[in-house]
Ligand binder design. Structure first.
Ligand code: FES
Length: 84
């Protein structure tokens, strides 16, 4: 039941201002378009505490640094397309 994949996006002010503001929506659309909303627990979080390497998105146990609206799609594709 609880094998949902967890995606946590940093919504602290640094990450948010440097791109996560757009990335939030990109991930949301991705989950919707790929019918993944029920398989994923997607939520925002406070500053991860290492803003200089951000913006951050955490997927499962892995923290991705330097995320932008393009590389996040590649990352999501790698993780979710593989399962199908
Ligand atoms: S705002 Fe994202 S790590 Fe600080």
């Amino acid at each position: 039941m609880d094998n949902k994949k967890e995606i946590t996006i940093c919504l602290g002010s640094s990450c948010f201002a440097r791109g996560n503001k757009q990335t939030v929506k990109v991930i949301n659309d991705y989950l919707k378009n790929n019918n993944l909303e029920k398989d994923v627990f997607y939520h925002g979080n406070h500053c991860f505490g290492k803003c200089d390497k951000g913006p951050f998105v955490k997927i499962g146990d892995v923290i991705y640094e330097d995320v932008n609206t393009e590389n996040i799609i590649e990352t999501l594709d790698k993780i979710f397309k593989r399962k199908k």
